[in-house]
Write a protein that binds this ligand. Structure first.
Ligand code: AMP
Length: 628
């Protein structure tokens, strides 16, 4: 048997959970721990260590211990230049400018390092469950772009896992609390982990989670609190013994471990003891470090770190246009949210709300991912989908309007196709302009991308059938393809940031569309009317050409005059009344011409029924893609 699991692949720690006996449970690793440090080490003697063992020798092996690799995954070296300087190992650029880790003369992609962590998690879990874990839902921060998501997926592949889905960490947290089953709620997720801080505001309810805003600080987390304790203890020790422990890697490693332990203890007790016997030695013999650390001291030396979480919370709330009164639930994620001072601050920022932390904050994201894995494998049935499209998606069609293919708020994944045609005779190519937004006029929406489908076989306008498919996958990645149904030729593009608009921008676009609805609809009607007239003029002209001399002279000259007038009206963008008047007249003329039998006395219209009807049918959705 094989199993699917949920994996929280964190910057400092990772956690794996699987669906078992009606709930998602965290599975301990081989060392018996429920969280695994996201650390890989390459040692002097050629060993590769992953997790706690790797972390434990980090300070002694600074160049060979790779931590925080999540900061580099899916990134170009230029984007992470500064971050690269802050780690002890070497981060370099490969020939394509991608960030690579250089260890002991070998280059590793961040995906490969992440894969080693994923592999350990899956292997250990498999051993614990007695079944191989070969499928996973993996979480990423909500702000991760497509390259980072794709790279995370690739890390899964490298680890031999089939990544069922990539989901947002705050979404997973909401799922763990079952918030998706509630009515409609606004949820604030406050995630303070080992090295990063993220705040997200979610709209949750009816099985759908929408991330409305995210903010954070990519360099704020538990490690900073540890460092403050290390500095404090080292300085106290130095005052007494005139030795700086931070200069001795062995001592520093022990100091860090002791500092983290003390910090964790101070979350539940108000004072703790730090004891490091034989931490160093001088000419007088061995030295021991013993200190008492009060919670109040810890709070003083870290107060600025706690304060730093305020600004992103405020920013996220303002981007999502919510005040603390609008927030229905606060979820705490990340081990560092156990710090009492952090909890008090969150309470203060959210108008005194008691944060929800009944699900272990280090585990909540993995649990949510585990639930999602259960859903995808059909083990859980009452949880629905996760994300929705924030704005409609479509293409530009004749007259510069947007034809929507995927409507706003459609749950993803979604796949929709629509057939369009050409706007001119023998048009060899169509331009597909992919749009996002709520306005009728193409120019008022956002262009996500464009491409050409070429080599369309010469044919009268309206005849070629071009099927445009928008395929939005569960990870928010949009694939657009255009296929010529005649030749089977296909062209397409992948658009990664279709749903990565800032929440504020989404709201603005929706409100603007609301405000302009009437004017937009009027504009749309005018454009539709002109398109209809244009198509009709074309049909009349074709009928005249078919009939040749069989067309009665009087009717021909009236028809020709009307066709000229119609084309003029279309190109001059004549008022809609004039357009409608001409449309009626031309419809009459066309009916008359169709009643005339061409040459051999065929019944009216029978000669070319198919193409004519297809031209008029298609006109409704006809895309002018391009007249070139
Ligand atoms: P995460 O990345 O969510 O696993 O968070 C890890 C961070 O949480 C590390 O810096 C831990 O030291 C910290 N942490 C874990 N438990 C506690 C606790 N009880 N009190 C304070 N910090 C904690």
């Amino acid at each position: 048997m094989a199993r699917a699991a949920g994996i929280d692949l964190g910057t400092t720690n990772s956690v794996i959970a699987a669906w078992e006996g009606g709930e998602a449970d965290v599975i301990p690793n081989a060392e018996g721990q429920r969280t695994t440090p996201s650390v890989v080490a390459f040692t002097d003697n050629g060993e590769r260590l992953v997790g706690q063992l790797a972390r434990r020798q980090a300070i002694l092996n600074p160049k060979g211990t790779i931590y925080s690799v999540k900061r580099f995954i899916g990134r170009k070296f230029d984007e992470i230049r500064e971050e690269a300087e802050q780690v002890t190992y070497d981060v370099v650029a490969d020939d394509q400018g991608n960030a690579r880790i250089s260890v002991r003369g070998k280059l590793y992609a961040p995906e490969e390092i992440s894969a080693m962590i994923l592999r350990k998690l899956a292997d250990d879990a498999g051993r614990h469950l007695g079944e191989k874990v070969n499928e996973a839902v993996v979480t990423v921060p909500a702000y991760f772009n497509d390259a980072q998501r794709t790279a995370t997926r690739d890390a899964g592949k490298i680890a031999g896992l089939e990544v069922l889905r990539i989901i947002n960490e705050p979404t997973a947290a909401a799922l763990a609390y079952g918030l998706d089953k509630q009515q409609h709620e606004t949820v604030l997720v406050f995630d303070l982990g080992g090295g990063t801080f993220d705040v997200s505001i979610l709209d949750v309810g009816d099985g759908v989670v929408e991330v409305r805003a995210t903010a954070g600080d990519t360099h704020l987390g538990g490690d900073d609190f540890d460092r403050r304790i290390v500095d404090y203890l080292a300085e106290e020790f130095q005052k007494e013994n005139h030795i700086d422990l931070r200069k001795d890697p062995q001592a520093l490693q022990r100091l860090y471990e002791a500092a983290e332990k003390a910090k964790i203890e101070l979350s539940s007790v108000t004072q703790t003891q730090v004891n490091l016997p034989f931490v160093t030695a001088d000419q007088n013999g061995p030295k021991h470090l013993t200190a008492t650390l009060m919670r109040s001291t810890f709070e003083q030396i870290t107060s600025d770190l706690i304060e730093r979480t305020m600004e992103p919370v405020k920013r996220a709330m303002s981007d999502a246009k919510v005040s603390s009164d609008d927030i229905d639930e606060v979820i705490l994620v990340g081990g560092s949210t156990r710090i009492p001072a952090v909890q008090s601050l969150v309470r203060r920022l959210t108008g005194g709300k008691d944060p929800n932390m009944t699900v272990n904050p280090d585990e909540v994201v993995a649990v949510g991912a585990g639930i999602q894995a259960g859903v995808l494998k059909g083990d859980v049935s009452d949880v629905l989908l996760l994300d929705v499209t924030p704005l409609s998606l479509g293409v530009e069609t004749q007259g510069g309007v947007m034809t929507r293919i995927v409507e706003r708020n459609t749950t993803i994944p979604a796949r929709r196709a629509e057939t369009f045609s050409t706007a001119a005779d023998n048009q060899p190519a169509v331009d597909v302009v992919v749009l996002q937004g709520e306005r009728e006029r193409a120019a008022d929406n956002r262009v996500l991308g464009r491409f050409q489908l070429t080599d369309i076989r010469p044919a009268p306008r309206g005849e070629p059938q071009v099927e445009v498919t928008l395929d939005l996958d569960a990870n928010g990645i949009l694939n657009v393809t255009a296929r010529d149904k005649d030749t089977g030729k296909e062209q397409g593009i992948t658009i990664s940031e279709s749903s990565n608009l800032e929440a504020g921008e989404v709201d603005r676009m929706v409100q603007e569309a609301d405000r302009n609805r009437t004017a937009d609809q009027e504009l749309r009607r005018e454009i539709d009317a002109r398109n209809e007239l244009d198509a009709l003029a074309y049909q009349v002209q074709r009928r005249l050409d078919e009939l040749g001399d069989a067309a009665p002279p009087h009717e021909r000259s009236r028809a020709e005059m009307l066709v000229t007038d119609a084309r003029q009206a279309v190109s001059d963008q004549a008022p809609v009344d004039r357009v409608r008047e001409l449309t009626e007249e031309l419809q009459g003329v066309l009916a008359g011409l169709q009643a005339v039998s061409a040459g051999g006395g065929q019944p009216a219209g029978a000669s070319d029924e198919r193409s004519e009807s297809s031209a008029s049918d298609d006109d409704v959705i006809d895309a002018e893609f391009d007249r070139s």
